[in-house]
Design a protein around this ligand. Structure first.
Ligand code: EPU
Length: 437
């Protein structure tokens, strides 16, 4: 198991460069399956989620190359069914395989999806996905080692309403509807920038998709799609993570490739907390301008709200703010598990079942510890900690870098699921650490 020994208490200073968003790139790779001709995706990061999706696509006959500078070509000319046992080898590794359903049904008339993985931040059911696929006419058979799908009568456009604007279920609809027969109307859709970028890609491929007001997306099915060439949207979750790392360590980080528009909600909170930023053409500089940090009250939400993936690194910075902060997590029911390690390091954080500091959410009255109160400033000291999930793990690293003394952080390979060249970036920012396998 990989481990990092960190000597904390030093500001992170320097420049890092972002590539494309993990939460877009992996879906754009799946979209390539829908085309009859090759696609080219630029700014593809070297992260393990991309590796997993590459391997699954290759098992289905897609030829893939990924150059050093992040250009990926995907040739789906020879798409073919893969052996169940080979697919099954990827069980538990990612959540993206659920998005293979529509494209494989269109290309092959059948699909087998392994058991899903991903971060343990709640139950993460896939009921919306199955409900959506059934509406298109898919027949779903749950097997002990995965799910088999077929579409004996083909896939037909449908009127769909999501009970919650789920990112994955919206992508499921997009990837299935573009080649389904007839019209699809999706209401209650997620409208995250990564989804808008996926829509741009599908439009380049020949799809007809309109995004209307009030979370309604309409798709006119077409018979055939072709390949695309596209530069992926930057990773705004990674940008926010490094911004919080700058704040928590009293540092100064220029995040190359970050853009203002997709981060407005984050930038407002960053400024309220007392962080400073300077928006330039080629990225955003995030820094601690000196003085005290301020507490905030906020709730995470779907876009255009404050993203759930931004709260974990922000919590670390808030341990250094002067007063009580409240965060109400409304997207996942169990996303404060990472705070245990921060408390072990000296942070004062209490988690509650109640919906604190905001509107009642669907997790209220349901025994989920989904609100956190952070009392700062607290002196953090090094500790032995284990990375629990991707964003929580990044936060642990930030806490270790901000803390006085030595921390041993294990299970750090999880961080490379979503942060490209993580250790190189830490080194470039002047972090004092050693890595061992
Ligand atoms: N949900 C259901 N049933 C479903 C699908 C979702 O109840 O069938 C619930 C979930 O349990 C959750 C909520 O709906 O409470 C929102 O889930 P959503 O489907 O929007 O999330 P996702 O598509 O599984 C993506 C990102 C997450 C990000 C969320 C929210 C990817 C691969 N993952 O997950 O990113 O937090 O959207 O923006 O795109 C991460 O990058 O670390 C990460 C977890």
């Amino acid at each position: 198991m990989s481990q990092i020994t960190v000597r904390g208490g030093k500001p992170l200073n320097g420049r890092i460069e972002l590539k494309g968003a993990k939460n877009l790139v992996t879906k754009a790779m799946v979209a390539a399956l829908l085309g009859e001709t090759p696609s080219v995706l630029k700014d593809v990061p070297f992260i393990s989620d991309v590796d997993i999706v590459s391997r699954l696509l290759q098992l289905h006959g897609v030829a893939i190359t990924h150059s050093e500078d992040g250009v990926m070509s995907l040739d789906p000319s020879d798409v073919a069914s893969a052996r169940m046992v080979d697919i099954d080898a990827h069980a538990g590794s990612s959540r993206i395989p659920i998005l293979f359903c529509g494209p494989l049904l269109h290309r092959l008339g059948e699909a087998f999806i392994p058991g899903l993985g991903g971060c343990h931040i709640g139950d993460r059911p896939i009921d919306y996905h199955f409900e959506v696929l059934r509406k298109f006419g898919a027949v779903i058979e749950e097997l002990p080692n995965g799910t088999r799908l077929s579409a004996p009568k083909g896939l037909k456009g449908a009127k769909i309403s999501l009970p919650y604007p789920s990112v994955g279920a919206t992508e499921q609809v997009l990837l299935t509807a573009t080649r389904a027969e007839g019209l699809t109307e999706l209401s209650g859709a997620a409208i995250e920038p990564e989804i808008m970028d996926l829509i741009s890609i599908l439009q380049k491929m020949g799809a007809i998709i309109s995004v209307d007001t009030d979370r309604v997306i309409r798709i006119e099915g077409v018979k055939e799609l072709h390949g695309y060439t596209h530069r992926a949207l930057f990773d705004r979750n990674e940008a926010a993570s490094w911004a919080c790392a700058a704040l928590a360590t009293q540092g100064d980080i220029f995040v190359g490739g970050a853009r203002q528009q997709e981060m407005t909600a984050f930038l407002n909170v960053f400024r309220k907390v007392g962080g400073a930023f300077d928006i330039q053409d080629d990225g955003i500089r995030f820094f601690h301008p000196g003085g005290e940090l301020n507490p905030v009250v906020l709730e995470t939400d779907v876009h255009p709200g404050f993203m759930t993936d931004w709260q974990q690194p922000l919590v670390v910075a808030l341990t250094q703010a002067n007063g009580l902060s409240i965060i109400h997590e409304t997207v996942y029911e169990n996303r404060f598990g990472f705070t245990d390690a921060l408390v072990q390091m000296g942070a004062q954080i209490q988690i509650y079942r109640e919906c604190l500091g905001g509107n009642p959410c669907r997790f209220g009255q349901r025994n989920f510890y989904h609100s956190a109160v952070i009392n700062g400033p607290a002196k953090l000291t090094g500790a032995d900690i284990r990375v629990p999930d991707l964003r929580g793990g990044f936060s642990h690293m930030v806490a270790a870098l901000a803390a006085e003394g030595v921390s041993n952080v294990t299970n750090v390979q999880l961080i490379s699921r979503g942060y490209e060249h993580f250790l190189d970036k830490l080194a470039a920012l002047g972090a004092d650490f050693e890595y061992s396998e």
